[in-house]
Each structure stands twice: as C-alpha cells, then as structure tokens.
Design a protein around this ligand. Structure first.
Ligand code: SAM
Length: 249
C-alpha cells in the first residue's frame, strides 16, 4: 500500500502534491470567461457579496491592502479607489492566466498607480511580517491545498490591528433551500460551463469543492487557530456564502 498523502480535489481523492496542478488547470481554462460566468451563475449577486466585503473591510485612504487569490481583480478595483494615491493594493494570485485577465481589466479601466501584481501561493506569501492593514481572500481559500497553513501565512503578513476577511461559499442554513441549491449546483452549473466555456468539468469541480469546504463554524475555528482574534461570520444569501472576519493583535 502506498504511503502517499492524499487530499480532495472536488469529490476526487488525489495526491496532495498534485492538487495545486489540478486547480491551476481549472483556472487557466476558465480565466477568459471567468467574469461572465460569475455574473451568469450568481445572477449578479456576487457583486452584492463583494460590496458587503468592502464595507466590512473598514478600508481607508492611505492603507495597504492585499487582495489574495484576487483573480480578475473585482475587489482590487474597489480598494484602489478607496485607498487612493497614498495607499497601495496588491492583487495576488497563484495563476498567471487569472492575473493577466485581472491586470488587463484594471488597465482598461485606467486603474494603475496604486496597484501591484504579485504571483504567489497563499500558503507561503512572499511578503514581510506585519505588512498589510487588511487582507481579503474571496472565493479563493476553497481552492488552496493546505488551508490552515494559508491562514497562518495571512496572519503573519497582517499588521497588528489588521483584519482578514474570508468570503467563501458555505453551508446554507435551511435544509429545504439546501436541497434546491444542490440541484441547481450539480445540474445548472456544469451545463452553463459547457455552454459558455466549453468546460463542464471545471464547473462540476466548483460545485463539488463547495460541498467539501469547511462550514461556517469550522472555518471560524481554523481562523482562531491561525492566531486571529474576535473572529466572527455573517451568512449571506441564507448561508450560500459566508463572510468571516478576524483581527490580528
Ligand atoms: N477573488 C476573485 C473573485 O472573487 O472573483 C477570484 C476567485 S477565483 C474563484 C479563485 C482564485 O483563487 C483563482 O484565481 C485561483 O487561481 C486562486 N488560487 C487558487 N489556489 C491558490 C493559492 N494556493 N494561492 C493563491 N491563489 C490561489
């Protein structure tokens, strides 16, 4: 019997060291149509979830913000306006295709001066200790192989008094609603994926990875274990998504 460590990639069991490669293939495949698919799948509601995240971030002019697993830069775009010329936003992602789409979009919309782009793995962030006033990771943590290590890495680079916001799919609070949502995820999402990106598999992975992600209470516990304080969460759209926030002291 093999001693190789395994983890999950959606519902599949894969060698731990290969998960990152599989996740990479998903996002290289969907990058070009990522924004369009987000609007279609959520019927635009992801914009409200992101707006709420910005409100809860407490970002202010002059601050330094890390938009981790930031992909095509939706949050970066908003933070860039808020922190202004005296502040700085780092858009960071492990995937070059997602970063490229994000960079092109931000340049097309004339965002430039206060944004930096850094390709990095959330598990081993290439930033000095105590660097950021605020870190966001939106719909990213679910894809990371070692989530606890990533949360610890984020806590390390936060300044004392800084906050981490994790916006992620979570567990619906109403069982009837959960059944309807399940049906939607496993039939409509791969169908849309095939239609729009010619890639049903990546969207099946999306549905499966959501089910495999820690629920609200488990994630809260993981954030505390990473050293964050005053950790709390807010369910959005009946718990389809949850926003967790914790502070470093
Ligand atoms: N934050 C953006 C948003 O909300 O629209 C993009 C979210 S997208 C669903 C997930 C992103 O996480 C992808 O761009 C992917 O490349 C990135 N990602 C996956 N694993 C990562 C890791 N280990 N470190 C950093 N980014 C990662």
């Amino acid at each position: 019997m093999s001693n190789e460590k395994t983890t999950h990639f959606g519902y599949k069991t894969v060698p731990t060291q290969e998960k990152q490669k599989f996740v990479g293939e998903v996002f290289h495949s969907v990058a070009g149509k990522y924004d369009l698919m987000n609007d279609l799948m959520s019927m635009g509601v992801h914009r409200l979830w992101k707006r709420y995240t910005i409100e809860m971030s407490g970002a202010r002019p002059g601050q330094t913000i890390l938009d981790l697993a930031g992909g095509t830069g939706d949050l970066t775009m908003k933070f860039s306006r808020i922190v202004g010329d005296s502040g700085r936003v780092v858009l960071s992602d492990i995937n070059s295709s997602m970063l490229q789409v994000g960079r092109d979009k931000l340049l097309d919309h004339s965002y430039a001066g206060n944004i930096e782009y850094v390709q990095a793995n959330a598990e081993s962030l290439p930033f000095a200790d105590n660097s950021f006033d605020c870190i966001t990771i939106a719909f990213g943590l679910r894809n990371v192989t070692d989530k606890q290590t990533a949360l610890e890495s984020m806590t390390r680079v936060l300044k004392p008094g800084g906050r981490l916001l994790v916006l992620e799919f979570s567990k619906p609070t109403n069982p009837t609603f959960e059944r309807i949502y399940d049906r939607y995820s496993f039939s409509v999402l791969p169908f849309m994926g095939r239609l729009v990106t010619n890639d049903a598999e990546s969207y099946r992975y999306l549905a499966e990875s959501i089910r495999m992600h820690p629920d609200q209470k488990t994630l809260k516990h993981m954030m505390r274990k990473a050293g964050l304080d005053r950790v709390d969460y807010h369910n959005l759209t009946g718990g389809v998504v949850a926003l967790h926030r914790g502070f470093k002291y």
